[in-house]
Design a protein around this ligand. Structure first.
Ligand code: OXD
Ligand code: MN
Length: 584
């Protein structure tokens, strides 16, 4: 498919290492996709679902020990340890290459090596970047065909350039003890071995589009962020774009596909992306964003026609489900939280017989759907726009019971960077471990930053100096609890009321009061037409408890201390300024 010498010589080297029986280039055609699906079904890798109800849909089950990303086995291997920083696992590249090469040696004997040329970002876009993933998994190929742009056209765009990310994946034995997800940012290389689970093996996603790309952005003057991108259309038909970062389990996909409440007529939300944004300064001096992905790799449990009808509709065709339950009555899928009657009998995510009385989960809590973004009913008309969309507001968020108010606006860019750097979420009962423990997750990038996070903060601060018309930066918290432990804000579609205030602030159309932590709306600044909420609750949601904030500042300091002298002055200044304002 190519005469590109850089590609061919790397491929030769990897073939020698892994020793596959065959090599198959993925051309991106429908015929080849169909053939791979048929082979996967024959081999038991995929189960073909009811083709009348779910055309083009399949179910896959991973090994029981291989159901999530493995942060403790994820490495950033830079020549100098300090370039990976205190929040990443690090190993000397020489040592790591030697260790990995031993694991890959002859790992594909009796198997086929698939060569997947793929593009992150739209064709013809100055934002876009190319990767080539070598894998011995058909499941990986079929998922990459949904999540990225794949095939001949990518090789045409690459031409004879050596500028591509080298990605090698081998399933090997799915051995947890020898599972490695390794990024070598200085070499544009990603190596993954002994896993078959999405985030560890679809190397275009977290490994490239966040870890490698964040490093590229640092070197090249742009940003790769763990952010959804949405377009908010008002009744006059004007669309403004928001990029938002949240730690996991805060409803990012739901926000990206929000359905406005009945009472807010004429508003509409358009989805550009649900997980990753690449941001560059545009010719007009604003910050522009693309979604480098072509699909959604969403969490299935909890997705329903109430929580996210658009996501559900997206998955009705051409979707690969991973680790959900198989409803044997009609060969369709089921998961906890789906508003379809619980099946009387199913096959659970482990492949065992399941009945509701067993008290176990039928679908794994991290079970997923891989679905083409183009099928989303609210996909933005700008989803494929080569230049991306102009960002009016950046929103950071977390799950905080008491600390953060419903929404606040930062004073300026530097303060906004500090707001992102102090992002945190409290653990819920749904996760293992203690409830209510604060986990700091700056910009939701802790697991995904491909370099020293102190340098990442500095890069954010630098970008602010270079963007002539920067977006305003906000913080939201949909999860504030009252004294009885009930959520005070309804969330879901009603979050639009908060997004509206955010956009109005960007346009200079809404009021706010100045507080110690930033600008907050007055209760009267949030449109609550048609919403059953009393004024006292709203005022509570928009209050700042200085004592609670002082505790948080102590926790922030402890978190920042790991960066030592590398912590940029801009962050130190903001920390001191916040402390001073809280003591006023
Ligand atoms: C994801 C994650 O899968 O952030 O998107 O973990
Ligand atoms: Mn994510």
């Amino acid at each position: 498919m190519t005469n590109n010498q850089a590609v061919l010589s790397w491929l030769e080297e990897m073939k020698k290492l892994c020793n596959p029986d065959n090599v198959v280039w993925i051309d991106g055609s429908e015929e080849q996709k169909k053939q791979l699906e048929d082979e996967s079904v024959a081999e038991g890798e995929l189960i073909r679902l009811n083709q009348e109800k779910l055309p083009g849909c399949f179910l896959h089950r991973t090994a029981e020990n291989d159901v999530a990303r493995v942060e403790n086995r994820t490495f950033i291997c830079t020549s100098k340890k300090e370039d990976a920083g205190p929040t990443n696992n690090w190993e000397d590249p020489k040592v790591m290459y030697a260790k990995l090469n031993a694991l890959y040696k002859d790992s594909m004997v009796g198997r086929t090596m698939y060569v997947i040329p793929y593009m992150m970002g739209p064709y013809g876009s100055p934002f876009s970047k190319i990767g080539i993933e070598l894998t011995d998994s058909r499941y990986v190929v079929l998922n990459m065909m949904i999540m990225t742009r794949v095939g001949k056209k990518v090789m045409e765009e690459l031409g004879d350039s050596p500028d591509f990310v080298h990605c090698l994946h081998a399933k090997k034995d799915i051995d947890e003890e020898n599972r490695y997800i390794v990024q070598f940012p200085e070499d544009n290389t990603i190596m993954s071995v002994n896993s078959g689970y999405g985030g560890n093996v679809l190397l275009g996603k977290k490994c490239f589009a966040l870890r490698i790309a964040s490093y590229m952005g640092w070197k090249e003057g742009w940003m790769a962020e763990h952010m959804l991108i949405l377009g908010l259309e008002n009744p006059q038909g004007e669309v403004k774009y928001i990029a938002a970062a949240f730690p996991s389990a805060c409803g990012k996909t739901n926000l990206a596909m929000l359905i406005p409440p009945e009472s807010l007529k004429g508003y509409k939300v358009w989805t550009v992306g649900d997980d990753i944004a690449w941001l560059r300064i545009g010719p007009d001096g604003r910050l522009w964003a693309i979604n480098p992905e072509a699909g959604f790799f969403g969490v299935a449990p909890g997705t329903s026609s109430k929580t996210n009808p658009n996501a559900l509709k997206t998955t009705l065709k051409n979707t690969i489900f991973t680790n959900v339950a198989l409803d044997t009555s009609d060969n369709t899928v089921w998961w906890e939280g789906l508003d379809k009657p619980t099946p009387a009998h199913a096959i659970d995510w482990k492949g065992n017989e399941w009945t509701p009385d067993m008290g176990t989960k039928a679908a794994h809590p991290n079970s997923r759907f891989t679905a083409p973004a183009s099928q989303c009913p609210c996909i933005s008309s700008e989803f494929e726009a080569a230049g991306g969309v102009p960002i009016s507001a950046i929103v950071f968020g977390g799950r905080r019971a008491k600390t953060a108010p419903l929404v606040y606006e930062s004073f300026d860019w530097q303060h906004g960077v500090f707001v992102g750097a102090t992002m945190a979420s409290e653990t819920t009962a749904a996760a293992a471990g203690a409830v209510g423990v604060v986990r700091r997750d700056p910009m939701a990038m802790i697991p995904f930053c491909g370099y020293n996070m102190a340098n990442y903060f500095a890069h954010w601060l630098e970008m602010g100096k270079k963007i002539p018309n920067p977006p305003k930066i906000f913080h939201v918290n949909w999860f504030r609890l009252d004294d009885e432990g009930h959520f005070m804000w309804p969330g879901f579609g009603d979050n639009l009321r908060v997004l509206n205030w955010i956009i109005d602030r960007c346009e200079g159309k809404a009021d706010a009061k100045k507080t110690a932590i930033g600008y907050l709306p007055n209760a009267s600044d949030i449109n609550v037409d048609g919403l059953d909420i009393d004024k006292a609750t709203l005022e509570d949601l928009l209050s700042v408890d200085k004592a609670v904030w002082k505790e948080d500042v102590a926790n922030q300091k402890e978190f920042f201390s790991q960066f030592g002298d590398d912590l940029p002055d801009g962050i130190k200044e903001e920390l001191a300024a916040l402390e001073a304002r809280l003591s006023e």
